[in-house]
Design a protein around this ligand. Structure first.
Ligand SMILES: Nc1nc2c(c(=O)[nH]1)N[C@H]1C(S)=C(S)[C@@H](COP(=O)(O)O)O[C@H]1N2
Ligand SMILES: [Mo]
Length: 388
């Protein structure tokens, strides 16, 4: 479903459009960073993702093997919608900012458009994305446009006894606690400090167009640096709270369960899925006139370098794409594999962040201590067969 485009005139009339934002608006989308060059041929992975078992909740996954644009094409930008996709009518939609604030606010889209505009590139990834079974492609990169959240919260006036900010979507589902079943809107919360991060955005545009319905039309939270779950779609209410929200999405689902050794004792810890972790993936192997090449992406934290290991060989430094470098996006990389020998090979990748932290091995103690599959940022290995 496409949604009506916000008129350019209403954006301009809003008065928030400076020369700089106009320049951003005029930017053309999408930008193609690493298309297959003429003569390149894809060598398909031997290990292919399984079939999506929840097509009513998860759609449009990224096709890694054909990854050729830094900005994800709309039809390959994944969606996760746990309570279905609500159709919101802009004429009776508004956003409430309520709870522990001095001046509660009710805002229409026109009101929001009168606030200064922010645009940023952010690679959104579901914390369930990894490479187990079927869920490989729950990641996408887009340019998001909207209103910074912090000034709105400042205008509403967060009270001193507030501890967090909760974001509610228009989508509802049934939840059950101790045999009581009740209707609940999708919601997630974050601390006041996290919520007032200057990059958080009430987002109404994706790649220069109105947010598509399935991505949260007319308004969603974009929280750069957070896993997908924190980026609440179809926003209707922002509630400043004095007590912590403990709903399914904060406290019962999207919970990372770990078994840790603390002072010689085994301790189980459960924590709510949070900020994005350092990660990378091989996208594909191609052959060209000059031999084979491995291409992929790294994301989650500022990327310092990327290394690739073939079979049990040494780590080799990949070349980072110099063109598309942003704080909150994936970074493309490639490695020439000149001496590829015919036969089966495994390819493992690891990202190293700008502070020297290394993405953990899939079989490291740290990854093995994790029981649930959320926030799995272990190194990914895939296999190919180089033809004779
Ligand atoms: N209102 C609402 N927001 C939501 C969700 C949802 O089910 N309802 N799913 C979350 C999850 S788990 C993810 S991974 C991202 C996915 O965003 P996308 O569908 O725009 O790719 O949205 C998040 N925001
Ligand atoms: Mo997710």
């Amino acid at each position: 479903m496409s949604s009506p485009t916000l008129s350019r005139r209403s954006l301009l009339a809003a008065g928030g459009a400076t020369a700089a934002t106009l320049a951003l608006m005029n930017k053309s989308f999408p930008s193609f960073a690493a298309p297959l060059q003429q003569g390149d041929e894809l060598i398909p992975w031997l290990d292919q993702p399984g079939e999506n078992p929840v097509p009513e909740q998860v759609t449009n996954m990224l096709d890694w093997q054909n990854l050729d644009s830094w900005t994800t094409p709309p039809e390959q930008f994944f969606t996760v919608s746990h309570y279905g996709v609500p159709e919101v009518d802009l004429s009776d939609w508004q956003l409430e900012i309520t709870g522990a604030v001095d001046s509660p606010m009710t805002l229409t889209m026109d009101d929001l458009l009168s606030w200064p505009r922010l645009e940023l590139d952010f690679t959104l990834e579901c914390s369930g994305n990894h490479g187990f079974g079927w869920n490989w492609g729950l990641i996408g990169n887009a340019a998001w446009g909207g209103v910074p959240l912090a000034p709105l919260l400042r205008e509403a006036g967060v009270k001193d006894d507030a501890v967090e900010v909760a974001f509610y979507g228009a989508d509802v589902g049934d939840e059950t606690i101790r045999e009581v079943t009740f209707e609940q809107n999708f919601a997630r919360s974050m601390s006041i400090e996290d919520a007032t991060n200057p990059f958080n955005m009430l987002c109404y545009e994706m790649n220069g167009e109105a947010l598509p319905t399935r991505h949260g039309y007319p308004l969603r939270l974009i929280a750069p640096g957070w896993y997908g779950i924190g980026n609440v779609k179809w926003l209707t209410k922002i509630e400043v709270r004095t007590r912590r929200l403990m709903n399914r999405w904060m406290a019962r689902d999207y919970v990372t369960l770990r078994q840790e050794e603390v002072d010689g004792e085994t301790v189980w810890t459960e924590s709510s899925v949070g900020k994005a972790l350092l990660k990378s993936a091989p996208a594909r192997v191609v052959s060209s006139d000059d031999g084979y090449r491995i291409e992929g992406a790294a994301w989650g934290q500022p990327i310092g370098s990327v290394e690739v290991k073939i079979d049990d060989g040494d780590w080799m430094k990949a070349t980072l794409d110099a063109e598309n470098v942003r704080r909150f996006t994936w970074r493309f990389w490639s490695l020439d594999w000149a001496d590829a020998e015919p036969g089966e090979h495994t390819i493992t990748v690891r990202a190293i962040d700008s502070e020297g932290n290394i993405q953990p091995a899939a079989d490291s103690e740290y990854m093995m201590s994790k029981v649930t599959y959320w926030e799995s940022n272990g190194q990914i290995t895939r296999s190919v067969e180089i033809p004779a």
